[in-house]
Design a protein around this ligand. Sequence first.
Ligand code: ADP
Ligand code: MG
Length: 682
Amino acid sequence: MLLSDTDIKYVKGVGPKVSRILNRLNINTVEDLLLHTPSRYVDRGNIKEIREVKKGETVTLVGTILDVGSRLTRARKTIIEILFSDGTGNIKLVFFNQPYIKNTLKRGEHLLVYGVVDFYRGYQIIQPEYEILGEDGREIENSDKIVPVYPLTEGFSQRYLRKIIHNALINIDVDRWKVLENDLLSQFDVISFIDAIRKTHNPPVMEDAIVGKKALAFYEFLYLQVYLRKQRYIREKKSGAVIEGKILVNKLLKNLPFVLTNAQEKVTDEIFQDLKSSERMSRLLQGDVGSGKTIVALLASLAAIDSDYQVAIMAPTEILAKQHYGKIVNYISGFQVNIRLLTSSTKKSEKIKIKDDLKNGKIKFIIGTHALIEDDVVFESLALAIVDEQHRFGVEQRKKLLMKGNGAHLLVMTATPIPRSLAMTLYGDLDVSIIDEMPPGRQKIVTRWIRNNKRGELYSFIQNRIDENNDQVYVVYPLVEESEKLDLKAATVMYESLKKHFKGINVGLIHGKMKSADKDAAMIKFAKGEINILVGTTVIEVGIDVANATIMVIEHPERFGLSQLHQLRGRIGRGEKKSYCIMITDKYIGDLSAERLKIMENTSDGFIIAEEDLKIRGPGNVYGTRQHGLPNFRVADIVRDEKMLIKARKCAKLIIDSNIELNYNTMLYKKIDNMEKYYRIG
Ligand code: ADP
Ligand code: MG
């Protein structure tokens, strides 16, 4: 009897060799094998007769190879052409550059073929997927069953995979694969895990396959949601500091040169409510770039400091930490709050002093980078941990900071608007506050996509704006790890050429490979207005805040993600002046890229942009996977299966809140236990 965590080598038909191949596909246990779900299905109803095919259709055909021919192109590439017939007609199958196909696809071989019909001197399918049906391969043609087709790599046939999956399915120990009790199944209108697996691999009718796969997604989500709920439950059991101080808060509010927006007031209220209660706060503060999160964080911090606790704000980069520090010191000058900055470039002697004073409680307010979570940073009474640009940190880093307090409240902030589905996955354990309103007086940023042939006009425009308005300009280059050297060079070349073009105007360069001090020097010059054009790689994405910077030129925008473009764009439009974001591309770019750039032109709403980004690129690419705590789901897709995600979240809440015993025998228990190991701070 097979359990979910049984090694696949115990499945009948899986020898050491097959086992190795499966391991390479990241299939190690019986459950992994059964979550290797079909990418499509074949049934008699959807096998087409060749005489009926039309151009552009995606079809499944079954037939026999009549003839195989090959020829070389002028570039000496092999083209293999196969004449294929099912008795109702013939069609050509064309393979490029795969000479070895001749050895497997021989005359008389019986095949299942899948692909898009094309027409060129007759019907043909280019690079079809195929399956050799072999001697007993008539199973598909002649059976009334729906036959699954699996995503595969080389090493074994569909038929073989079907067989071992079948063997696994019939030997399952059903009782031990139980995830939810029947009453929960009916309450959430979902089929059991086992049923879901059976339906997915062996659907009596096509609808079953869909129901099965959706349910599998539900279970994958459920494990994560139960885990996150449980984490929160554990965290909240330890009571938090009760924070009610209002003197400093009111003093700051009185001194502010502006009034809070309604949105800022609302979220500040939400945070104060949390801080006041002895239950620990776990809150995510979302707000577009420039929406004014810093002041909200500062108000919360002052409340804690007023109650004689310590506060830490952690930012992902040195520049950002310094900027926060600078701004906050400015806001609270004359408050007599002992505030310090701690980063990796803080002088050694000063570091020691800061660490001492954190330990003895003299420093009340510390702002810094990862340096804050080093082991020898010890707090006397950390009551509020704030993490800025949360998506740049891993789950573990956030926990590390939090654990430096004894029941500290947690506020994480992000300027990357996160679609609801993703927030639930990544931050299922957090409450969410959203600043959905910009401070008044902000100009809408004019965003335009132009082609390289308009570069001359762009430069005249820039020249004009600088001459007449003394405007400042960012020119941004993408920098990706794989081509880092080339990208750096491109940015440097651009810098040289801009220097030549804009005579008498100060042009600066900043990139990630520069020494931190040089980077800062360039930034400071730009902030002071001593540089008018700053060429940079994406290091400026998070960071500086220069109100006079009103033009951003983005080179190769097609190489950035939408959310990233939006972040970049948020660096301008920070003052009263009208701002322009110009994305410049080569003459020809792909349709998908063009579509994305048009989204940028037409919307300034970060949430809409984030949703689009997620749809286009998928969560792994948008937000990173493991290091940000986003699990690699085998079946579930947080965009496609959002309904299941919502259901799973509700179900998880019910399970944890009602204290249903997470029984040792259940799958659920094992899953959560696994996740705990995976997330444990090492
Ligand atoms: P972000 O949400 O990107 O961190 P910041 O907190 O840096 O935004 O705020 C952006 C700018 O807007 C800052 O210069 C800040 O002083 C200003 N600001 C914040 N709140 C208001 C407000 N209610 N009215 C006017 N200006 C504001
Ligand atoms: Mg900010």
